[in-house]
Design a protein around this ligand. Structure first.
Ligand SMILES: *[C@@H]1O[C@H](CO)[C@@H](O)[C@H](O)[C@H]1NC(C)=O
Ligand SMILES: *[C@@H]1O[C@H](CO)[C@@H](O)[C@H](O)[C@H]1NC(C)=O
Ligand SMILES: *[C@@H]1O[C@H](CO)[C@@H](O)[C@H](O)[C@H]1NC(C)=O
Ligand SMILES: *[C@@H]1O[C@H](CO)[C@@H](O)[C@H](O)[C@H]1NC(C)=O
Ligand SMILES: *[C@@H]1O[C@H](CO)[C@@H](O)[C@H](O)[C@H]1NC(C)=O
Ligand SMILES: *[C@@H]1O[C@H](CO)[C@@H](O)[C@H](O)[C@H]1NC(C)=O
Ligand SMILES: *[C@@H]1O[C@H](CO)[C@@H](O)[C@H](O)[C@H]1NC(C)=O
Ligand SMILES: *[C@@H]1O[C@H](CO)[C@@H](O)[C@H](O)[C@H]1NC(C)=O
Ligand SMILES: *[C@@H]1O[C@H](CO)[C@@H](O)[C@H](O)[C@H]1NC(C)=O
Length: 490
């Protein structure tokens, strides 16, 4: 949760389209909404949009179960309410680890634990137990032999850095010196990372016009508006880069070697009240899409160019039940029905291409009808195949059999997703063939006679879409995912 803070802020950036291996953008999943989809539906939405890294604000066991066997990397959280107890009791920490981590790995890929959320800013009375809580959790992980796989850290807010610009002169608020020193020592000794919540939205809004909005939105700055750190002469193309650098610099005052920063939250609200005029769909769309390009470019901020700025966007859904101004409820990139609030894609490669040099993917003859139906539903739903050609009256509707329709849908999915890891499996009901299945005006995707139209959202990073259906959760969500597909196409 973002804080409504503070400061007068900072600087920077833009990006190229190349995706560096290792850099990633994930998403926060807040659950304070009226029509919260079921855990299975949430996971289907994540998979349909190729989201491969998520952060939860708690350790909801149902969601952790639904995330098992998905390859989605998961950060879980100790809530602020739990920090005191865990800080005061190693036994409580061990119980927490057993219940929420040991019970789920390795099938759920839990890789980090965020201890509290901006503890120093939101529950300062718990500050003295913050480091003990982190240590207690870490010791329990060591006992379970999970410490190399699961890192412990704590998300801190930019409001701990009263003057973030220029970055080279930024320092943490000295009131928190001893606590922050303890946190950094812990992170260093456990080879963990510094978790930072950084919102250029607040930096911009609170700077009262000192910085141009282009700077907050990762847009190009005119030559007369370049933002330069007078001490280092680094040019800052975005406030986001400057915030991360301000934090690196604040950490450096503690004379430890570099601790990598992971941005656990950033985002931009797309709606706001009368006095929140910068919270617009256009700004949110610009911010998030440019952020993705910037992060996936793989370079770090000017002072640490070799350390990617891995980032979790805040957040998956609009949390309409949250208190506070309208903007607080309007950070979601998807509605709870799964449709996007605005054009949003974690991909920057410009759309997948299809070609059949790897063969066509068709339904296996003699496959069980209900398995084919599940596969068909999956392909046309979460799989985002273009199934318009198999609708009644369209070129591939005849012969009107499930096998024919499944072949068309499987192949459309496969041609578009193969390059990013999509497989021709569909629960064992699909097979590869080199024979072009096109028939008359029914042209299969990838056929040399077809022109591939449309873009879809291919995977970023190593995880591809699933190769086979997980039928159990499908029927309920196919409709909403089709809706998502429509919106993505528009
Ligand atoms: C990535 O973006 C940074 C900041 O804009 C830029 O300096 C750098 O050249 C870009 N790197 C690549 C590989 O495009
Ligand atoms: C979990 O995620 C990490 C980091 O991406 C990866 O290296 C590891 O292979 C994943 N583990 C499993 C079981 O998928
Ligand atoms: C530093 O933190 C203390 C304690 O939260 C707060 O009272 C003080 O105003 C902060 N100083 C600045 C400059 O923000
Ligand atoms: C870091 O090193 C500088 C220079 O040696 C010293 O002045 C400063 O007190 C040190 N800071 C800490 C937190 O140890
Ligand atoms: C076609 O797909 C193959 C295998 O995925 C790939 O190696 C090849 O570059 C693609 N060709 C075109 C023109 O996209
Ligand atoms: C091709 O389409 C025609 C007309 O719909 C149909 O009768 C025929 O069976 C189809 N051939 C194949 C191989 O599917
Ligand atoms: C592709 O187009 C050529 C020329 O128009 C035609 O002869 C051929 O039969 C077509 N192939 C398929 C699979 O439709
Ligand atoms: C889906 O396929 C139809 C033809 O079957 C085509 O007209 C339409 O443009 C395609 N839509 C997308 C998004 O590719
Ligand atoms: C999804 O929900 C949003 C907000 O309630 C609504 O505007 C949109 O039309 C819905 N989309 C679909 C396909 O139902």
């Amino acid at each position: 949760m973002r804080r409504e803070i503070l400061f007068g802020c900072l600087l920077l950036m833009f990006g190229s389209l190349s995706i560096a291996l290792g850099a990633f953008v994930g998403i926060n999943i807040g659950t304070d909404l009226l029509n919260l989809p079921s855990p299975e539906q949430v996971v289907a939405i994540l998979r349909s949009h190729q989201i491969a890294h998520v952060r939860l604000f708690d350790a909801d066991n149902h969601l952790l179960s639904a995330l098992s066997e998905t390859e989605i990397e998961v950060m879980i959280s100790v809530t602020n309410e739990e920090v005191l107890g865990i800080g005061q009791s190693p036994a409580a920490a061990a119980a927490w680890i057993n219940k929420n981590v040991a019970a789920f790995v390795p099938s759920t890929n839990i890789t980090a634990i965020a201890v509290g959320s901006e503890v120093l800013s939101t529950i300062p009375h718990a500050a003295p137990v913050l480091v003990p809580a982190m240590k207690n959790l870490h010791k329990s992980l060591v006992s379970s032999n999970l410490n190399s796989q699961v890192k412990v850290s704590t998300p801190l807010s930019m409001d701990l850095i009263p003057k973030p610009f220029p970055p080279s002169a930024a320092t943490f608020n000295s009131s928190w010196d001893s606590i922050i020193s303890g946190v950094l020592d812990f992170l260093k000794s456990t080879d963990s990372f510094f978790m930072l919540n950084a919102y250029p939205y607040f930096g911009y809004v609170q700077s009262s016009g000192i910085f141009p909005i282009e700077y907050a939105l990762f847009q190009p700055l005119s030559p007369v508006k370049q933002i330069v750190d007078p001490n280092t002469l680094f040019h800052y193309d975005s406030m986001f880069d400057a915030m991360v650098d301000a934090t690196y610099n604040s950490i450096s005052a503690y004379n430890l070697s570099v601790i990598p920063i992971l941005v656990t939250e950033t985002g931009w609200p797309w709606a706001g009240g009368a006095n929140e005029q910068d919270a617009t769909v256009e700004n949110a769309e610009t911010f998030n899409n440019n952020l993705i390009k910037r992060v996936l470019n793989g370079s770090g901020p000017p002072s640490q160019p070799a350390i990617p700025m891995n980032t979790y966007i805040y957040e998956l859904f609009n949390e309409d039940k949250k208190p506070g101004p309208l903007s607080e409820k309007s950070y979601g990139v998807y509605f709870s029905n799964g449709s996007s609030v605005y054009t949003f894609s974690l991909d920057t490669s410009g759309g997948a291409t299809a070609n059949a040099s790897g063969g066509f993917c068709v339904a296996k003859k003699g496959s069980d009808t209900s398995s084919l139906q599940d596969g068909l539903n999956w392909a046309c739903g979460p799989g985002q195949a273009n199934c318009s050609a198999i609708q009644s009256g369209q070129p591939c509707y005849m012969p009107d059999t499930i096998e024919n329709h499944a072949s068309y849908a499987y192949n459309d999915y496969y041609q578009k997703m193969r390059s990013v890891g999509g497989t021709c499996d569909f629960g064992g009901t699909a097979m590869i063939t080199t024979v072009d299945p096109s028939n008359g005006s029914c042209i299969f995707t990838g056929s040399t006679n077809s022109s591939i139209g449309g873009t879809l959202t291919p995977a970023f990073g190593p995880e591809g879409p699933p190769g086979n259906a997980s039928p159990g959760q499908l029927p309920d969500i196919v409709v909403l995912l089709l809706a998502t597909l429509v919106l993505l196409i528009v």
